[in-house]
Design a protein around this ligand. Structure first.
Ligand SMILES: [Zn+2]
Length: 145
């Protein structure tokens, strides 16, 4: 007897900075936001079979406070992620590896204003990696100190 596993898997696509500059209600910084589209697939034995649509989320690029778009907002999100207008927000994540204490900092640098935002400091490597992943960062510049 064969056993099949059915489930729903999400495949994410990250966009941004996109859309209007918005002031975050949480950290009060004003930037264009990060948009994330999750394509949902029903899978059988981990082979995607049925497309179940997409969910859209938007996040503040500084504190990553975010929300899911629903109803009319979802249409708007679809439009924004396709918009090719060049971004004005230029926030670059950077890692700092403190070799002596084996800890990591994650900072964001605003390339326009020169302002930096500490996102996490004195983290263990595993926490640093998890934080990067939670923010959908892939390869970022890392410096050793
Ligand atoms: Zn924020």
């Amino acid at each position: 007897m064969a056993v099949y596993y059915y489930g729903v898997e999400s495949f994410k696509k990250v966009f941004g900075p996109k859309g209007e500059v918005k002031q975050c209600s949480f950290c009060h910084q004003s930037y264009q936001e990060t948009y994330v589209k999750f394509n949902k697939w029903g899978h059988l034995d981990y082979i995607p079979l049925i497309y179940l649509g997409a969910d859209y989320y938007h996040f503040c690029p500084v504190c990553f406070n975010g929300d899911k778009f629903v109803k009319e907002g979802k249409k708007e999100a679809k439009r924004i992620v396709k918009d090719k207008t060049p971004a004005t927000t230029n926030l670059v994540p950077r890692g700092i590896h403190h070799a002596s204490s084996k800890t990591y900092d994650l900072i964001l640098e605003d390339k326009n204003s020169g302002q930096t935002f500490p996102i996490g400091t004195n983290m263990k490597k595993s926490d640093y990696k998890a934080l990067k992943k939670s923010r959908f960062y892939k390869k970022i510049e890392e410096v050793e100190m």
